[in-house]
Design a protein around this ligand. Structure first.
Ligand SMILES: [Zn+2]
Length: 212
C-alpha cells in the first residue's frame, strides 16, 4: 500500500446566497422551494434563478463579442491546469499595467489578487481592473487565462470595455469574482470548470486551487 499525501485545497469561490452581490441591475440569486421535506413532502426540491455572472464565474467571449463563442463552446483545458497567484498593490478604480506584474511568470493561467473588492456581499464600484496593455503583455507571455478578485476586467463605468476587447482579440479566458485574499502567492493547479450552458455568455464556476 502506498500513502498518498493530500494536497491542500483552497476554495476561491464566494458563498452563493441571496446576499451575494451581483452587478447593479443584474439578477441576484433567488431560490424557490417547490417541495420541502420539513413540510411533509417526500423530497426537497428547489429552483434557482440568477445571472450567470454570479460570484466566481467564467465570462464567455459571447459576453463581449456578438458572434464569439458561447461558454459551452470553450475548451475545458483553459480552466484546468497550472496556475500562478500574484498579489499586487492596486489603487482603487485604477487599471493595472504591465509594470505591476512580477518579472517572472511561470504558468499559463494567472490569478491576480488586487484586494480592491474585499467583500462580495458589499458591492463597491471602485475596484481595480486591467489595462489593455497588461492583457497584451500576458498574451505575449503565453498566458491563456487571467482571473481577478474583482467583478470585471474593465472599470465599473467603462462602456467600451477595452480590456475585454483584448481578451477577444487573443482568444484568452476570463475568471471574475474570485476570493484570493487567503491564498499565498505561488504556483497551484487551477480547477474552475464552467457549466455546459448552451449559448450562454458566462457560467458560475466552483473555483479551487490545489497545492502542487
Ligand atoms: Zn462576468
Amino acid at each position: 500500500m502506498t500513502m498518498t499525501t493530500m494536497r491542500k485545497l483552497y476554495d476561491i469561490s464566494p458563498l452563493i446566497s441571496p446576499r451575494l452581490n451581483v452587478w447593479p441591475g443584474d439578477t441576484p440569486l433567488s431560490r424557490e422551494v417547490l417541495l420541502d421535506m420539513k413540510q411533509g413532502a417526500n423530497i426537497t426540491l428547489s429552483t434557482l434563478r440568477a445571472t450567470v455572472h454570479l460570484g466566481a464565474h467564467a465570462d464567455a467571449p459571447r459576453h463581449y463579442g456578438a458572434d464569439a463563442p458561447a461558454i459551452d463552446e470553450r475548451p475545458l483545458d483553459l480552466y484546468l491546469g497550472p496556475c500562478q497567484v500574484i498579489h499586487v498593490k492596486a489603487k482603487r478604480a485604477s487599471r493595472l499595467v504591465p509594470g505591476d506584474l512580477p518579472r517572472t511568470l511561470n504558468a499559463p493561467r494567472i490569478l491576480i489578487a488586487t484586494g480592491t473588492f474585499p467583500d462580495p456581499e458589499r458591492w463597491n464600484t471602485d475596484f481595480a481592473a486591467l489595462s489593455p496593455a497588461l492583457v497584451d503583455a500576458l498574451h505575449e507571455r503565453r498566458v491563456r487565462l487571467i482571473g481577478l478578485d474583482s467583478p470585471s476586467v474593465d472599470l465599473f463605468d467603462s462602456k467600451d470595455l477595452p480590456a475585454h476587447a483584448r481578451f477577444l482579440a487573443h482568444d484568452m479566458a476570463i475568471l471574475e469574482g474570485l476570493v484570493l485574499k487567503d491564498v499565498p502567492e505561488g504556483e497551484y493547479e487551477l480547477i474552475a470548470l464552467p457549466l455546459k450552458l448552451a449559448g450562454f455568455d458566462a457560467s458560475p464556476v466552483r473555483a479551487v486551487l490545489r497545492a502542487l
